[in-house]
Every structure is written in structure tokens, then in C-alpha cells.
Design a protein around this ligand. Structure first.
Ligand SMILES: Cc1ncc(COP(=O)(O)O)c(C=O)c1O
Length: 399
């Protein structure tokens, strides 16, 4: 069984159909490119939902992974390992965090933050037991666990999975007045994406986050920013909060924290919030393991030392300019920040997915989202000529 049709048939037959991938079977990746089993090359404009910001199979992350894999992979947190302290130190220096809790997937980081702020609410803020509320935004995407989908407003993500976890209050994204009105004495936190990625790269109005930050401070509400997708250079800054001139109390990162090699996520916070977790109250067998730490350390190092964030900012501006220059009567909107971009098509265009298939035929991989939007998020190592080539393919496809 080696041709792509057989592989696809087997996946369809034996796998749960919880995804509907484009029918391209990839076998190799390097930098911004991936190759399918027939040897065809594609420019990856999804970057595994922003997990491979550093480009596919970055040689320095690979070397760190191989070296650590040959030494020690997993100790569990029952014992200490000689990589975790370095990861803490390097992450703290980079982000200014005082306390860090390592996990694996993004959803686990979100769950961890929810647990921590609830406990903080009871023990520090004085919220009556069982009454803690967290404000979330409509059209959010924070992962797939039961508590997280309990406050999703996407029927596909939520329907049929009840009973749901209570304690969440939903407000429209970008509406500071609605946010203010949702705060009460039991509000312990707000959980927000700086830019809503899965919703189609939705950028909030200028000033929204400044006001949210003020309201959180005034009302002793912990501001949690989910930077699992926007963080680590994706928007042209280390963290997307920098565009807003604010600082979150709790920041969630994941995805590119490992450059796509391994699931690594982290909750970054001040001492007060993560300080409420005591031994035995939270954990994960794999969280903070030496292999994950070594990979994450290398992933952060190349991100900063190789100028990827600055390149992402420059190439993002250039890419957006290119996209905005495309003349097509089916384009409704082009938006983005850094290399987190979207082209929204008019509903009459018949859906974004068919265009993703045409782009694939032209050698560019992108992902449709919410029917009419094509998301574009290439690795941060993309060059000017590669952007030119990508814009050409997109122009050809939308013409
Ligand atoms: C903003 C945001 N939060 C959380 C997650 C969940 O991360 P994971 O799929 O690693 O659980 C995602 C994944 O797309 C995301 O975009």
C-alpha cells in the first residue's frame, strides 16, 4: 500500500471522519515547502495551524530533539529533569512571566488556565464556592475538550456533546460595552483570543483590548489571552498583545512552542494565579518532560535568533499588500496581521473550499474556514520571492 489513493481509502475506511482533509498525502517537509507522495512540491500556507512557524523540520530543532531523545525523554514530574529549569528561565526572560506551567496540547493549556483562575477566584478574590464565572467571546476557538466546547458558539463544535460545563458568559468579540456589562462580582476571568483565528482571522477594533484591560484591572478580573495561534511571531510580534499595548495576566502558548515537532504548551502567568495550584492539584504525565523542554528551547531559540519574528512582520505586510492588489470580483475582504491572513470571498463565489483545491493544483496549500474564507499563514521563514509566487497563484485562482 503506497500510492496516495490507497492511503486515502484506508484512512477513510479505518479512521473516524472527524476531519475532512484536502486529498493531498504529504510525506516530507523543509522550510516553507512540503512534498506529496508523488513528489509534487507545495508552498505550505497553513503551517499546521501556525504550529510550524519556524518552517518544516528546522535542522536546529531536529538536532535538539534527536540529541535529547537519545539521552532522556520522560521522567514524569515525580522526579526532576535537567531541561525544565532552563525552559522556565528562557521563557520567563523572553515573556516577562513570573510563573509557568507546562502542558502538551493547546486545549490542555486552556483547561489549566480555567482551573487556575477558578481556584484563584475562590481563594484570593473571595467568590462563593461554585459560583465563578469566566467571560468568553462569541465565535471563539480554544480547543476541543468538553469544558471548552461548552462555551463554543459553533454548533458543529458543541451540538450533541452535552451536558455542558457551566460557569461561562458569552459576549460579542470586539464589543467593550458588552464586555463591561457582563462583569459581576463572581467574574474571575476573561478568556479571549487577541485575533480570532478559526473564526476567520477576525481583528478587533482599535482600543478594544485597552478597554478590556482597564475593565479587568478595575474589577479584579484575570485577563487570559489565548495566544496559542497568535503567539510566537505569527502576527509579526512575539505576542499579539504587543499590537494592543497591553499585558495579559495569563498568556497561553502552544503550537509553535515546539516548531511543530512535538505537542508542547504552556500557561504563563504572574505568581498570584498559578500560585494557587498546590502539589497534587493539577498535572500531566508528559507535561514538562525533558524531550518537550529541549525541543521548545530550540524552537524559541531559532525563532528569536534567526529573526523570524521580524521577517514575519515584514513579509506579512508585503503579502497583505500583494493580496490587496488582486483584482477579483469574488473577493469581499482581505485582512491580516503579520503572517496571519485571510481572504474572504463573496457568498456567490460558491465556497472557499473549491478554491483551496485549485490552489493545491497550483502548488499552494491553504485552508478554507467558515465556508467563504481562505486562511493564509505560511511559515515565518518565507522569502519575498516566495510571497510573490504565492500571490501570483492566488491571483490566478481567484481571477
Ligand atoms: C486559539 C487557539 N486556542 C487553542 C487551540 C487548541 O490547541 P490544540 O489543538 O493544540 O489543543 C487552538 C487550535 O487551533 C487555537 O487556535
Amino acid at each position: 500500500m503506497n500510492n496516495s489513493k490507497n492511503l486515502i481509502d484506508t484512512e477513510q475506511r479505518l479512521g473516524a471522519h472527524n476531519y475532512k482533509p484536502l486529498d493531498v498525502v504529504l510525506t516530507r517537509g523543509e522550510g516553507v515547502y512540503v512534498w506529496d507522495t508523488d513528489g509534487k512540491r507545495y508552498l505550505d500556507c497553513l503551517s499546521a495551524y501556525s504550529a510550524v512557524n519556524q518552517g518544516h523540520c528546522h535542522p536546529k530543532i531536529l538536532a535538539a530533539m534527536v540529541e535529547q531523545a537519545g539521552k532522556l525523554t520522560l521522567t514524569s514530574r515525580a522526579f526532576r529533569n535537567d531541561q525544565l529549569a532552563y525552559l522556565y528561565e528562557e521563557l520567563a526572560a523572553l515573556t516577562g512571566s513570573h510563573k509557568i506551567l507546562p502542558m502538551n496540547s493547546g486545549a490542555e493549556a486552556v483547561e489549566t488556565a480555567i482551573k487556575a483562575v477558578r481556584k484563584w477566584g475562590y481563594e484570593v478574590k473571595g467568590v462563593p464556592d461554585g459560583k465563578a464565572e469566566i467571560i468568553v467571546c462569541a465565535d471563539n476557538f480554544h480547543g476541543r475538550t468538553l469544558s471548552i466546547i461548552s462555551f463554543s458558539t459553533d454548533p458543529d463544535a458543541r451540538t450533541g456533546f452535552g451536558p455542558y460545563t457551566p460557569g461561562f458568559r458569552t459576549v460579542p468579540f470586539g464589543d467593550a460595552d458588552a464586555f463591561a456589562a457582563a462583569i459581576n462580582e463572581n467574574t474571575v476571568a476573561a478568556l479571549i483570543e487577541p485575533i480570532q483565528g478559526e473564526a476567520g482571522v477576525i481583528i478587533p477594533p482599535t482600543g478594544y483590548f485597552k478597554r478590556v484591560r482597564e475593565l479587568c484591572t478595575e474589577n479584579k478580573v484575570t485577563l487570559i489571552l489565548d495566544e496559542i495561534q497568535t503567539g510566537l511571531g505569527r502576527t509579526g510580534k512575539l505576542l499579539a498583545e504587543e499590537h494592543e499595548g497591553i499585558e495579559a495576566d495569563v498568556t497561553l502558548i502552544g503550537k509553535a512552542l515546539s516548531g511543530g515537532f512535538y505537542p508542547v504548551s504552556a500557561v504563563l502567568s504572574n505568581s498570584e494565579v498559578l500560585g494557587v495550584l498546590k502539589p497534587g492539584q493539577h498535572g500531566s504525565t508528559f507535561g514538562g518532560n525533558p524531550l518537550a523542554c529541549a525541543v521548545a528551547r530550540a524552537a524559541l531559540k531559532v525563532l528569536t535568533e534567526e529573526g523570524m519574528i521580524e521577517n514575519g512582520e515584514k513579509m506579512g505586510d508585503y503579502f497583505l499588500e500583494g493580496l490587496r492588489s488582486i483584482r477579483s470580483n469574488i473577493v469581499k475582504d482581505v485582512r491580516g496581521r503579520g503572517l496571519m491572513m485571510a481572504v474572504e470571498l463573496v457568498p456567490e463565489a460558491g465556497g472557499a473550499r473549491q478554491f483551496c483545491y485549485t490552489l493545491k493544483d497550483h502548488g499552494l496549500l491553504a485552508k478554507d474556514t467558515h465556508e467563504n474564507t481562505i486562511r493564509l499563514a505560511p511559515p515565518l521563514v518565507i522569502t519575498k520571492s516566495q510571497v510573490d509566487w504565492a500571490v501570483e497563484q492566488i491571483e490566478k485562482t481567484l481571477a
